[in-house]
Design a protein. Structure first.
Length: 173
């Protein structure tokens, strides 16, 4: 588990390190054991009157692509510094209007042992075309749980933060 203090250190570092024009809105920074994801919010693009939803989506996609290309060297330099400092990979993404796009990011392998009933669930998702593989099906299940249980997961994380705080106040061995 990543402590609140560690999260604040990472957020503080990025807040001080990112160029000012990338911080018109505070970046969303997500941290886990393997990766730091920095999601920057860019100003929405000008959409002409009468533009279709598909046209607006493509305009935003083009703006995201331009930002990715124009800032590549600077993002790589910042990521290298952060990776050395925090011992985690750094991934980037942008939000433009209603479009969110992650650039290259980790897909960490996770080993698990499943009994036949759980494997049958995954196989049903694969056989029905919902997922391409058991790994894809398992990722789909995790996303579904996260989507429907956000409040419970947030409460669980807050409780884990409390446990970490109590541990740090405990006796020293």
């Amino acid at each position: 588990m990543i402590t609140t203090e560690a999260q604040e250190r990472v957020r503080g570092w990025f807040n001080g390190r990112l160029p000012e024009d990338w911080k018109q809105t505070a970046p969303a920074i997500t941290i886990d054991r393997d990766e730091i994801t920095v999601l920057l919010t860019l100003p929405d693009v000008e959409i002409g009157a009468g533009a279709s939803a598909a046209g607006a989506a493509e305009t935003r996609a083009g703006r995201a692509k331009a930002f990715r290309e124009d800032t590549r060297e600077q993002r790589i330099a910042i990521a290298r510094e952060a990776e050395h400092r925090f011992e985690r990979k750094v991934s980037w993404g942008v939000v433009i209007g209603d479009r969110s796009e992650l650039f290259t990011h980790l897909a960490s392998p996770v080993m698990t042992r499943l009994r036949q009933p759980q494997r049958q669930v995954l196989d049903t998702l694969v056989d029905s075309g919902v997922a391409r593989s058991r790994a894809d099906a398992l990722a789909w299940c995790v996303r579904l749980v996260a989507q429907h249980q956000d409040a419970w997961l947030a409460e669980l994380r807050a409780a884990m933060d409390q446990v970490d705080q109590v541990r740090t106040k405990g006796p020293v061995a």
